[in-house]
Design a protein around this ligand. Structure first.
Ligand SMILES: *[C@@H]1O[C@H](CO)[C@@H](O)[C@H](O)[C@H]1NC(C)=O
Length: 180
């Protein structure tokens, strides 16, 4: 099931980038919130990042108590706000940490981060335990997939072991098309 969803997602993502190069490539974004997600039984990954200033820049750190190796799965669900409530969106990813950090995080998020001790993309499999800071980082999404909804998107990223979340990150970001 998730294989199928992931494939459809990747195909849409690729198609949209190849065939519609000037549609939705640039977003205007605004962070509304960012929080850690508590694990169900234990929390191995925590996030203490705050939004600072009018520009809502990210400042803080994430703490990984263990290596994120193949014994974990990464689940990403994106909900969107519609008719006054959060609804499951069209993006649901179930994958392994190496794929997650290389093909999603490393591609779409890491390039936006300028001042941080996050490991380079080549050193994210296995993603080593440790504390990683982000300093006053403005997230200006570039090349994010145009299939993302405009409006409020709630990203839920969980690091899962044996079917149970062991912590993660949730953030809400408002996305609009750039008219430029
Ligand atoms: C950013 O975080 C660092 C470390 O936690 C803190 O010392 C600094 O005051 C923060 N900056 C702002 C603008 O909140």
């Amino acid at each position: 099931m998730w294989h199928c969803e992931l494939k459809v997602f990747l195909i849409l993502w690729t198609v949209s980038q190849v065939y519609i190069p000037c549609w939705g490539k640039k977003f205007i974004s605004r962070f509304e919130s960012i929080n850690g997600i508590e694990g169900e039984k234990e929390t191995l990954f925590t996030c203490s990042v705050r939004l600072v200033g009018r520009e809502r820049m990210l400042n803080g750190s994430i703490m990984h108590q263990v290596d994120l190796d193949d014994s974990f799965d990464v689940w990403m669900d994106i909900l969107h706000f519609k008719n006054g409530e959060w609804a499951q969106g069209n993006i649901k990813v179930r994958t392994k940490p190496c794929d997650w950090f290389t093909n999603y995080f490393g591609k779409y998020f890491l390039p936006l981060v300028k001042d941080s001790n996050l490991p380079p993309i080549q050193e994210m499999c296995v993603f080593p335990k440790g504390e990683y800071y982000l300093r006053i980082t403005k997230i200006e999404p570039q090349n994010w997939p145009p299939i993302l909804y405009r409006g409020l998107n709630q990203f839920n990223i969980n690091y899962v072991r044996d079917g149970k979340s062991t912590g993660g990150i949730q953030f809400v970001i408002d996305l609009e098309d750039s008219t430029l």
